[in-house]
Design a protein around this ligand. Sequence first.
Ligand code: SF4
Length: 436
Amino acid sequence: MREQATKGYAKSLPNRSTDKTAVLKMTLFVEKNVLLPRNSKCLMMESIRHIFKIGRGPSSSHTMGPSKAATLVRELTPHAASYEVVLYGSLAATGKGHFTDVAIVDALAPIPVRIVWKPDVFLPEHPNGMEFTALDAQGNALLTRRYFSVGGGDISQSGQRQSDKHIYQYSTMTDILSHVGNRKLWEYVADCEDDDIWEYLEAVWRVMQQSIREGLEHESTLPGGLHLPRKASTMYSRVQAMNTSLQHRYSTPVYAFAVAEENASGRTIVTAPTCGSCGVLPAVLYTYYQQYEHNDKKILHALATAGLIGNVIKYNASISGAEVGCQGEVGSACAMAAGAFCQLMGGSSYQVEYAAEMGLEHHLGLTCDPICGLVQVPCIERNAFASVRAIDAAMFALISDGKHLVSFDRVVRVMKATGHDLPSLYKETSLGGLAL
Ligand code: SF4
């Protein structure tokens, strides 16, 4: 096994030196961490549709999951006169700040809904529990269903994440690169996904652009106890007054601000890979679209590659701030955006791997400590900085000779180990760091 991992590592680095010290270091790393890639012989990763979910912010587990559950209950009870929804545990504790109630009421509208908050009751299956009861006009229960929001907008009745069909044969970048050879990474996505994937990515791209455009227009104060004024609109006006070079540089973080503020306001965005990190990838893609080429097809291919990068991280580590801190959210988003931009600028698959590696590596250790539990500070600025860093990582990969010691797969494993070593204070509990 150790030999296999070392060989895979060496294979993923084209033109790289076969320096024995590097291989030895990797061997020691593998021995120490026992975090080897999973068996790559059977089908493993799910569709990249699970990376890009269209829905309402500010949190995939607090708004998208409950909204999905409410929609299911609504479909099951078309004749209900009213609903009662009990929210339990974490979902109840932070649900008001995250607009869980608004998401549920909207999904069940126009039928009246009574929400009951039980933050002190944790159901044994999962901390994010909710129970829906549909009532008739006399107040008799027609149906009761319990669901759990298990992360990333997914729900289950058992509290366990139910995985979708696995359609990718390879789940490490090393294996994928050696499989695709001189082809592009997006072509591997096309091989594995069904034909509808391009239609789906078109919808994703449409919503991403819409969230930027609308985010640049809205000027209200963000909801929640921090009373933060939105900044994207004013910043955009200031950037427009700058010279062309500065405009090019600073439009990107402003686009990221726009999307992250839309998310914080509970408006429609695309997870990329999560709600909290939803501004990074659209900002980078829109920069290319505005400054280089209006080419939707290339953008869809870049989205496919970004989704593949996110999928590899999700499968081998995590994209959840609650599990590994913000490195798994904003760090993953930066890796996805760096790889996408590198491909758009003509980079080879190996340069894309390098760009993604840098995007994630330089977020290692990033904690999750949102003030007041709102996806606002530090989340919004983090999206902006990661978008700039993603473009820098891509350009650095393009102008370098492509050699690098640390592979993307290795950084993914290190991110997972680092996340597990982080105290829970820094993993979406708002009990440490800036949140104090
Ligand atoms: S700080 Fe936490 S909530 Fe905010 S973007 Fe990062 S992981 Fe998400």
